[in-house]
Design a protein around this ligand. Structure first.
Ligand SMILES: Nc1ncnc2c1ncn2[C@@H]1O[C@H](COP(=O)(O)OP(=O)(O)OP(=O)(O)O)[C@@H](O)[C@H]1O
Length: 325
């Protein structure tokens, strides 16, 4: 599949503060790549580098085979961008807004009507853009971004603050665009959204990709202890670890048709993300250096014990000498 975006060891520093560190990712035609992370993780900065609004401090970013440092305004004929600041003319109707951009982008008028249907704004086409609800405005911004059928679409938190049904409409639209072969680069805080939409995700934390892969592969990587969450018809609930004894128990319940619901408890992207965050927080609280990992934990424990035992022994010897000798 054609490679649309490549981030090759990208780092970015603002005023001596490194906000992106060695970022590496690829987006292919017809795929959705999600950049996930909390506020300030570096998601928007990545989009700005890819769209030529910022230069990386080191590394190379490629979009449609062109180095992002060398792109000019002609690239905007092939990309669409949806951000908070996407300029919509509030005193023009929905339709006039799109017709205006269609003229700039040299798109035929029929396309405006098609896109209005696609985003579900056809009935609102005569409304002033300034009078649209937040969800409708977001759909208008999306309509404008895909008007010229770009090869790649950048979406910076497209469903942030939207109600679930509007978010669902946008999700369905993204699936449709993906089916048509569009490559979509999505940033979001919403792990559930990313799991549902993305072919690949990068979990970004303080400018570093801490996990990269398909949502499924990332979750399964952390699926160490397999458990079943079972609710019986009599209302009792059990969380059972997978072992021979419990498998027999579950089989017996199944034979007696006692099971109301049964779920395997794979980790979600959210638990993976916040799980690794907890470990980091513990490291920070105790000011433990990063050289301490689970693998060398026994050596660190032995070293830590010596640090306590030796001073206690020395102090004990001194007290013994003073008082008893
Ligand atoms: N032009 C700039 N000058 C200095 N620092 C900047 C600049 N742009 C971004 N930053 C800093 O870089 C870091 C990453 O910002 P960025 O906007 O990429 O985060 P984000 O993950 O998109 O956050 P959010 O989810 O809140 O939009 C932040 O600490 C931000 O303050």
């Amino acid at each position: 599949m054609q490679e649309i975006i490549r981030l090759d060891h990208i780092s970015k520093t603002f005023d001596n503060v490194c906000v992106l560190k060695d970022i590496h990712a690829t987006l292919r035609k017809g795929e959705i790549l999600g950049f996930l992370g909390p506020s300030g993780a570096g998601k928007t900065t990545t989009i700005k580098i890819l769209t030529g609004q910022l230069f990386p401090s080191s590394g190379e970013a490629y979009i449609l085979g062109i180095n992002a440092n060398q792109i000019d305004e002609t690239i905007y004929e092939q990309i669409g961008i949806v951000t908070d600041s996407s300029g919509i003319y509030e005193y023009l109707s929905v339709e006039k807004n799109l017709e205006y951009f269609a003229k700039i982008l040299k798109v035929e008028k029929q396309r405006v009507e098609d896109v209005l249907h696609q985003v579900g704004l056809y009935e609102h086409r005569k409304k002033l853009a300034g009078k649209l609800s937040k969800g409708q405005t977001q759909r208008l911004i999306l309509a404008r971004a895909v008007l010229h059928k770009p090869q790649v679409l950048f979406l910076d938190e497209p469903t942030s603050g939207l109600d679930p049904s509007t978010a669902l409409q946008i999700h369905n639209m993204l699936f449709q665009l993906k089916e048509e072969g569009m490559a979509i680069f999505l940033t979001t805080h919403n792990m559930e959204e990313a799991t549902k939409l993305c072919d690949h995700v990068a979990l970004l934390k303080e400018g570093v990709i801490v996990e990269y892969g398909t949502p499924n592969d990332i979750c399964l990587k952390y699926h160490k202890v397999k458990k079943y969450d079972i609710r019986l018809r009599d209302g009792k609930q059990y969380l059972l670890q997978q072992n021979d004894e419990n498998v027999e128990k579950i089989n017996a319940w199944l034979k007696q048709d006692q099971i109301e619901t049964i779920h395997s408890c794979e980790p979600t992207l959210e638990s993976v993300f916040f799980g690794s965050d907890r470990k980091k927080t513990i490291m920070k609280i105790f000011h433990l250096p990063h050289i301490i990992t689970w693998r060398n934990a026994p050596v660190c424990a032995l070293f830590g014990s010596c640090c306590i035992i030796i001073p206690v022994f020395v102090i004990g010897a001194v007290i013994w000498k003073i008082y008893f000798l």
